[in-house]
Design a protein around this ligand. Structure first.
Ligand SMILES: Nc1nc2c(ncn2[C@@H]2O[C@H](COP(=O)(O)OP(=O)(O)OP(=O)(O)O)[C@@H](O)[C@H]2O)c(=O)[nH]1
Ligand SMILES: [Mg+2]
Length: 208
């Protein structure tokens, strides 16, 4: 997709505060500091559109960005940040679960894992939850510039065995080298157009 326009729309504290679901949307989730906001900036080719930080817990609301006036990206607050104030941690679950469960225009969740970290208990709980909710999930392994090529293979194998996701479903990504940029856009486009694909299938069955 060619990004002609990308603009910040709103930071919503709850599902009720989200903009009208007039466009399809893709959400970005993962533990705090995994690189969600950086990845969104990278996909949109905008350096400072989404605020990033080396301090975990920077994103605390559902942050909406409009792309080409036809699609929303939603940068979700991260989980697993033990040092976040209790009030923030307590709000996280109802906010994110309420959003994922209730947002009808949500087409897929891009779920990020850090290449150098073994998936945590919280990562696995979140994945379980995505699977139970049957939300299409696009798993991305990020910060791959931090490991050598050999290590990358080992890290991907480890992540695959602890999550149960086949290695070929993991998209390696780096905001520094932009590796994975085209592949991830391709997966996002496919998630946005399942209706078209199933319509084609229906047409074929009619013709048969
Ligand atoms: N080397 C490297 N650093 C990265 C990459 N992606 C993100 N980072 C760094 O990781 C840190 C956290 O990035 P953010 O994008 O703010 O992470 P986040 O997941 O949005 O964090 P929260 O909003 O706190 O949940 C920043 O210092 C980024 O510069 C990457 O691909 N490679
Ligand atoms: Mg963030």
């Amino acid at each position: 997709m060619i990004v002609h326009s990308a603009e910040f729309i709103i930071s919503a504290p709850t599902l009720a505060g989200c903009p009208p679901s007039e466009w399809p949307e893709i959400a970005f989730a993962g533990r705090s500091n995994v690189g969600k906001s950086s990845l969104v900036n990278c996909l949109l080719n905008r350096k400072g559109l989404v605020r990033t930080s080396s301090t975990p817990g920077r994103t605390q609301l559902l942050n909406y960005f409009a792309i080409n006036e036809q699609l929303y990206f939603v940068d979700l607050p991260g989980y697993g940040f033990a040092r976040a104030p209790r009030s923030v941690r307590e709000k996280w679950q109802p906010m994110v679960h309420g959003y994922l469960k209730g947002r009808v225009s949500l087409k897929a969740v891009v779920w990020l894992l850090d290449v150098r970290r073994e998936p945590s208990k919280e990562d696995l709980q979140f994945l379980d939850w995505l699977e139970e909710s049957e939300i299409p999930t696009i798993p991305v392994v990020t910060k791959i510039d931090k490991v050598s090529r050999n290590e990358l293979g080992r890290c991907l194998a480890k992540i695959s065995s602890s999550t149960g996701l086949p290695v070929e479903l993991l998209t390696p990504f780096s905001v520094l080298s932009r590796k994975g940029h085209a592949e991830l856009w391709e997966l996002i486009s496919m998630a946005l157009e399942p209706d078209e694909i199933s319509d084609d299938t229906n047409d074929d069955s009619v013709n048969d």
